[in-house]
Design a binder for this molecule. Sequence first.
Ligand code: ARG
Length: 407
Amino acid sequence: MTKRVALAYSGGLDTSVAVRWLMENHGVEVVAVAVDVGQGAGGDEEDWDSIRSRALAAGAVEAVVIDAREEMAADFCVPALLANAKYEGKYPLVSALSRPVIVKHLVQEARRFGADAVAHGCTGKGNDQVRFEVGTRALAPDLETIAPARVWGLTREDCIEYAERWEIPLTVTKEKLYSIDANLWGRAIECGVIEDPWNRPPQDVYTMTRPTETEGREIIVGFESGVPVSIDGQNMAPGPLIAEMNRIVGSYGFGRLDMVENRRVGIKSRETYECPGALALLMAHADLEDLTLERDLHHEKLRLEPRWAELVYDGLWFSPLKQALDAFMISSQKHVTGEVRLRLEPGQCWVVGRRSPVSLYDHGLATYDATDTFNHADAEGFVRLWGLGVATWSAVQEHPTGGESPA
Ligand code: ARG
């Protein structure tokens, strides 16, 4: 019986060649699975009908397109926002968030079409292979995984030639300048001249953050239990809300990142990102937490956030520790409700105000004016006890003969 493989299909050159390559080299039938996670966010508009026909033209027995944009927003971007997730303190996990969405559907389609294996188009140098395979093993440990691009040793020219030989229709045969991966949460740009970490990224790499606005403005983002629910008072589902934030914030040219990052496979790579909506929402969300989280809860959350980001970056979206941390994150968000005012100016975005019906900011306690309600006498005993340990240590061990001598 011919075996079947469910292939994560992007419509690009590599995965199109992979369809035929799997048929020829593994003697399998290929089910192409394309998942829309908002790849069109950067204006690189995808035509899913022609992506589907291209898979069939390449030889796939079935080709399915799944619209996972709302799922990507609600079940992947929102949890990342609750965790204020930034890998190495900077990168909001754009690609790392979309792979588990794709894996989830890939496994589902593999089951539906009776496939014994899943395949992806990633090479052996990146993180995405890790995310595809570790994710698949977590959801379906019985499924085999195949990575044609890690095996075939074909250059881009070889791939083009292979496609021509098998009459696989291609959209672009001209030289590709960059490797782009985009979704609702942002856009990753790699390769070409930016592989030299000293080279400034050419302006043409950016599509989500081309500055067009010159007049400053403010936007108010509303949150309920950590989830962004409105812009300027208008309620929106997470998908449209993130898309709208991308549009507004991107038009001010804010949201670019340029960094050298540690990949899971041990390689340092120069990465250029643009994530206007994600970075603005992360800023607003973290600010509302400053106002609404109790101190110990807040401090513990700040310690766990980098761990959450690292797990997801490392392909462990579906893992017991990640599940447990999610439970913590969700519990922590109970009172993260309120509004944050963001100011936008060309190239800049920052918080200028925040408010909440459950704010822990008490003006009577914080103020230095006459309406002060703080009990100053309480401070005296508290501070004395707070310093008791170091005072004892100093008197006995550090300065037994009477302390620092004057200079
Ligand atoms: N370095 C980023 C990450 O690992 C971006 C990867 C982009 N993927 C791609 N196939 N171009 O998450």
